[in-house]
Design a protein around this ligand. Structure first.
Ligand SMILES: Cc1cc2nc3c(=O)[nH]c(=O)nc-3n(C[C@H](O)[C@H](O)[C@H](O)COP(=O)(O)OP(=O)(O)OC[C@H]3O[C@@H](n4cnc5c(N)ncnc54)[C@H](O)[C@@H]3O)c2cc1C
Length: 452
């Protein structure tokens, strides 16, 4: 019997597999595609994702391949990330296919089994295992995690509802060469139909996006370069000499959140659990962070160190995070509608963002640095990457995903002790604070029992 079958080898499934390996588990990833999709989709990773990659000692190749941009945006209004409280106060522009390649390389280095051209088609959960039908035969596993994207088969087979708001607009995107591009790295305009933008992602090629409000096109209808050209001409009055598309896509702003993240031995993570308009570039980031919350917990349950109730904390902690992402992306879509009233609202919001506090608050939200899990007062937030007296960095002690006691207090030997002159703090494998001294010695014992 397999320990964990992960359906889907996208960013979430690959990161989850890596985390499970660190926790001593032996997951198998089933991916229906024969090779990487080649779809560009996500264009960047945010500070908290860089932090979690750093915590696992795997950030360097991402930094080497990406481009550091000073900020992101909220509904197209620039945000300055430079003051964020992190070692990575920037947006790292790096395409999803590169992210996936790096994650797959890391997963293979850790010994993850990735089986391609295998599609999950059926699930039969029982009390102590799950029977899985695939295009390559049947499997049995202790747990199944659906990381199989927005149209998740696992979610549907597990009977988990996916309520939310339907699409209100249509976006058309093309990664193309432009013979006569508009100036600058980012060029955007509002129009009577919605808006359009041209982003110079990498030397020599551009991402062109048009957004049309109040028309909802069929996402599954074929899309051609002629459609993209026609849409751009309608919005911008020119096609900028568009040619050689690498990827063309049509998507919209439906926003949906899984009613549950766990049904017995079946769990959901990433887009399988939440979809929304890609405003601010948060979907992949949220999925990777779901994986970092779930991986060590599921590994602890598989080792027999914890009972299954630990898995319930995954939904308790991560579902509200996704709910907030859905909310902010709906707000961003609302702020880009083409009417006069929205223009007035944008002007007010632009003025507010010019204030440092508003910029900081929105930037922290988009970069997911303000996520706090519902733990006792003083705990729940993530630790900053402190410089320690011995010259090491705190994150370097989290590479193998073990819990850490920073400073001095009574903990069992499997909790790594890291000398620190300040007040003691118990840190979970995902970098979130489980206990601080002010909570008292009794709370430390409870925190160790629950999280370590
Ligand atoms: C235009 C655009 C721009 C975006 N920009 C950003 C951005 O800048 N930043 C950001 O964070 N996010 C962005 N996103 C969102 C991001 O692309 C997704 O959130 C991310 O891909 C989700 O990762 P995932 O692994 O959860 O799902 P997916 O990437 O969808 O991966 C799911 C995988 O499961 C496989 N699969 C599906 N069904 C089965 C099955 N039954 N059996 C086996 N395998 C299966 C699929 O082939 C796929 O490989 C953007 C999205 C779009 C459309």
């Amino acid at each position: 019997m397999e320990q964990v079958v992960i359906a889907g080898g996208g960013p979430t499934g690959l990161m989850l597999a890596c985390e499970l390996r660190l926790g001593g588990a032996d997951p198998v990833v089933l991916e229906r595609l024969a090779g990487p999709s080649g779809e560009s989709r996500a264009g960047g990773i945010h500070a908290r994702t860089m932090e979690v990659l750093d915590m696992r000692g795997m950030l360097e190749p991402f930094l080497a391949e990406g481009r550091r941009l000073p900020g992101g945006h909220f509904a197209g209004i620039p945000l300055d990330f430079s003051g964020l409280p992190t070692r990575y106060p920037f947006l790292l522009a790096i395409l999803q296919r590169r992210i996936e390649r790096l994650l797959e390389g890391r997963a293979r280095d850790l010994g993850v089994r990735l089986r391609r051209e295998v599609e999950v088609t059926g699930l039969h959960p029982t009390a102590d295992h799950v029977e899985i039908e695939t295009t390559e035969g049947e499997l049995t596993a202790e747990y199944v995690v659906g990381c199989d994207g927005g149209r998740s088969t696992v979610r549907k087979l597990a009977g988990i509802d996916f309520p939310g708001t339907p699409a209100t607009m249509t976006a058309v995107l093309g990664d193309v060469t432009l013979d006569a591009p508009p100036p600058g790295p980012v060029f955007q305009r509002r129009t009577p139909f919605g808006n359009w933008s041209v982003l110079n992602f990498e030397p020599g090629w551009y991402r062109v996006i048009t957004n049309d409000f109040d028309t909802v096109a069929d996402r599954d209808a074929p899309i051609t370069v002629a459609d993209l050209r026609a849409s751009l001409e309608r919005h911008a009055g020119t096609d900028f000499g568009l040619r050689d598309p690498r990827w063309i896509s049509r998507y919209h702003d439906a926003a949906r959140l899984a009613a549950r993240y766990r049904a017995g031995r079946v769990l959901l993570a990433g887009d399988a659990a939440h979809i929304h308009y890609p405003a601010g570039g948060q979907g992949l980031n949220t999925g990777v962070q779901d994986a970092v919350n779930l991986g060590w917990k599921l590994a602890a349950v598989l080792r027999g160190d914890q009972d299954q109730t630990l898995l319930d904390t995954y939904e308790v902690e991560r579902r509200p995070v996704a709910e907030r992402v859905l909310e902010n992306t709906r707000a961003q879509t609302a702020l880009t509608r083409p009417d006069e009233h929205t223009s007035a609202l944008r002007s007010v919001v632009t003025g507010l963002i010019a204030h440092g506090d508003v910029n900081r608050s929105l930037s922290s939200m988009i970069a997911a640095l303000d996520v706090r899990y519902p733990l006792p007062e003083g705990a729940g937030h993530h630790v900053p990457d402190l410089d320690l007296p011995d010259g090491s960095r705190l994150f370097s002690h989290l590479h193998d995903a073990r819990p850490v006691l920073l400073g001095d207090a009574a903990v069992p030997p499997h909790v790594r002790r890291v000398p620190y002159p300040g007040p003691p703090t118990l840190i979970r494998p995902d970098g979130h604070v489980a206990w601080v001294e002010s909570l008292g010695a009794g709370a430390l014992r409870e925190a160790v029992d629950r999280w370590c």
